[in-house]
Design a protein around this ligand. Structure first.
Ligand SMILES: *[C@@H]1O[C@H](CO)[C@@H](O)[C@H](O)[C@H]1NC(C)=O
Ligand SMILES: *[C@@H]1O[C@H](CO)[C@@H](O)[C@H](O)[C@H]1NC(C)=O
Ligand SMILES: *[C@@H]1O[C@H](CO)[C@@H](O)[C@H](O)[C@H]1NC(C)=O
Ligand SMILES: *[C@@H]1O[C@H](CO)[C@@H](O)[C@H](O)[C@H]1NC(C)=O
Ligand SMILES: [Fe+2]
Length: 460
């Protein structure tokens, strides 16, 4: 195994040493670190519309913006989505040998308008009853405009199934976004956990939805080949009553399907899947979550279904962070924390990934659930049952870096740095996982923070 540059000490440690240091970090609440790394300042500007990364595939009515996601609860189905400029069938042919497509599935097509924009034909087709741990090749369209891709299904769900996830948030479509994306492409991530804020089309006048199409083409080199697990962020809301657009999440809902029915959810904005040794719960910061609301009822039921002897790892994705010590979006996740933190502690969630804040931050294992209005127990304390909170809204979008942390660094914050990047969660066994955050470092992918995650069910 390669040695890892531990930016927190600035020294190169062997993996054994690293494990020791990380083990200690997991127990002790040492003063947090605000990284001294100074990112070279450059404008975060969007790639131009004529960028080669946005190029339209050749051929008449060629499928474009191809993306896949898990299509069921356990990982034996995939939803294939793509867009064609003109009508065509929502048919996918597929098989385990390239060129020999002995299976086919046909899905459905949808379109939407947004102010004066009209989308292409958006196809969603589910491939069911796939074998676990198998590479499939698939083909969309026909004749000279046909396009072929492949994906690998996860191993059967079980407690001893190593697997590698990537994590990206708030990506957008700038030169920095491209940097982050290309670093992820060359990583060993097999499935991407996306923590919300995709295209930032809403940054343009009238939410210029052509920028949803360019984003779909930008990320296709990954999304056509591995599932991206979607979480909705505030930039997906697109609630614009001033221009007659009053249905929240309209473009996102049409373009990005998720398997919410498989976990008996009533909304695409919150759902759960099992993949390899992980139970992943996706939540919505921008839907009602108070007591008795549909999301609250669903989450209560879903948490009770988690069986840690089958899926030892429990991960939550939610756009707005519960713990964030950046000036930007400070305390926006507070009502959500008050509502759900006690459940996350009770069910020993291993790690919670959020975006929204355009910087990286990792917390110690802390909780703040003892407060009852009249006592004075209202400060986060070290808590072995509690999740680690990671804020990774540093994909590189047009709004730029959130470079202004609150001072002094709160005791709950273990490491924070205002740079763009992505993360990798490398699950090794039912008890151990390695987590790495890679800063883009102006072109070179480098490990900026690393952490040994000890499973809460087996260690706490
Ligand atoms: C394939 O081409 C034929 C003839 O152009 C067209 O009618 C049909 O819809 C196409 N099939 C798909 C899946 O696009
Ligand atoms: C949509 O409306 C905006 C503002 O009036 C205008 O600039 C743009 O050209 C229009 N686009 C289309 C496709 O009509
Ligand atoms: C969803 O509900 C149905 C009917 O109650 C039940 O049979 C099924 O097991 C549930 N699915 C999940 C994933 O909980
Ligand atoms: C950082 O945040 C503080 C507190 O809100 C504010 O006074 C200051 O102007 C901010 N600095 C920058 C560079 O945004
Ligand atoms: Fe956001």
């Amino acid at each position: 195994m390669k040695t890892i540059l531990d930016a927190t000490s600035g020294s190169v440690l062997g993996i054994v040493g690293l494990f020791l240091v990380l083990l200690l970090n997991d127990k002790a609440c040492d003063a947090g670190i605000t990284s001294k790394y100074v990112r070279r300042l450059q404008a975060s500007i969007d790639l131009p519309l004529d960028s080669p990364h946005f190029s339209i595939p050749p051929g008449h009515n060629a499928p474009e913006q191809v993306h896949i996601t898990q299509g069921d609860y356990e990982g034996r189905a995939i939803v294939v989505s793509w867009i064609t400029p003109s009508p065509s069938r929502s048919k996918v042919v597929y098989g385990i040998t390239i060129g020999k497509y002995d299976h086919e599935a046909t899905g459905s097509v949808t379109r939407y308008t947004f102010f004066n924009y009209t989308s292409g034909y958006i196809h969603h087709t589910t491939l069911n009853d796939l074998e676990f741990d198998t590479t499939y090749h698939y083909k969309l369209g026909n004749g000279t405009s046909a396009r072929e891709f492949s994906f690998t299904t996860p191993p059967k769900v079980g407690p001893d199934v190593p697997y590698t996830f990537g994590i990206i948030g708030d990506l957008g479509q700038t030169y920095d976004s491209l940097n982050t994306f290309q670093h992820y492409l060359s990583s060993k991530g097999k499935t991407l956990l996306f923590v919300g804020d995709l295209s930032y089309a809403d940054n343009y006048p009238f939410d210029y939805n052509v920028r949803w199409d360019t984003w779909g083409r930008l990320v296709e080199p990954s999304t056509a080949y591995q599932p991206w697990i979607w979480t909705a962020g505030n930039h997906e809301i697109e609630f614009r009553p001033d221009i007659g657009e009053t249905v929240p999440f309209k473009p996102y809902a049409h373009r990005y399907h998720v398997p919410y029915l498989a976990s008996n959810s009533t909304s695409h904005l919150w759902y759960a899947i099992k993949r390899a040794s992980v139970h992943i719960i996706v939540l919505s910061s921008y839907s009602a979550y108070g007591k008795y609301t549909p999301q609250w009822v669903w989450l209560q039921t879903e948490l009770a279904k988690v069986d840690r002897t089958v899926t030892p790892w429990l991960i939550v994705l939610v756009h707005s962070p519960l713990y964030n010590s950046n000036v930007y979006h400070y305390m926006e996740g507070e009502t959500f924390r008050v509502q759900f933190e006690s459940w996350f502690v009770k069910y020993k969630v291993d790690i919670i990934f959020s975006g929204h804040v355009h910087a990286y931050e990792r917390s110690h294992r802390i909780s703040n659930v003892a407060y009852n209005i009249v006592n004075t127990n209202c400060t986060p304390i070290l808590d072995d049952r509690a999740p680690v909170y990671v804020t990774i809204g540093d994909g590189g979008n047009i709004e730029g870096i959130a470079g202004n942390f609150t001072e002094p660094q709160p005791a709950y914050s273990a490491f924070r740095e205002a740079s763009f990047g992505h993360a990798i969660l490398d699950i090794k066994s039912r008890t151990h996982a390695l987590f790495y955050w890679h800063r883009n470092q102006d072109g070179n992918s480098a490990v900026g923070d690393s952490y040994l995650l000890l499973n809460r069910f087996y260690s706490a």
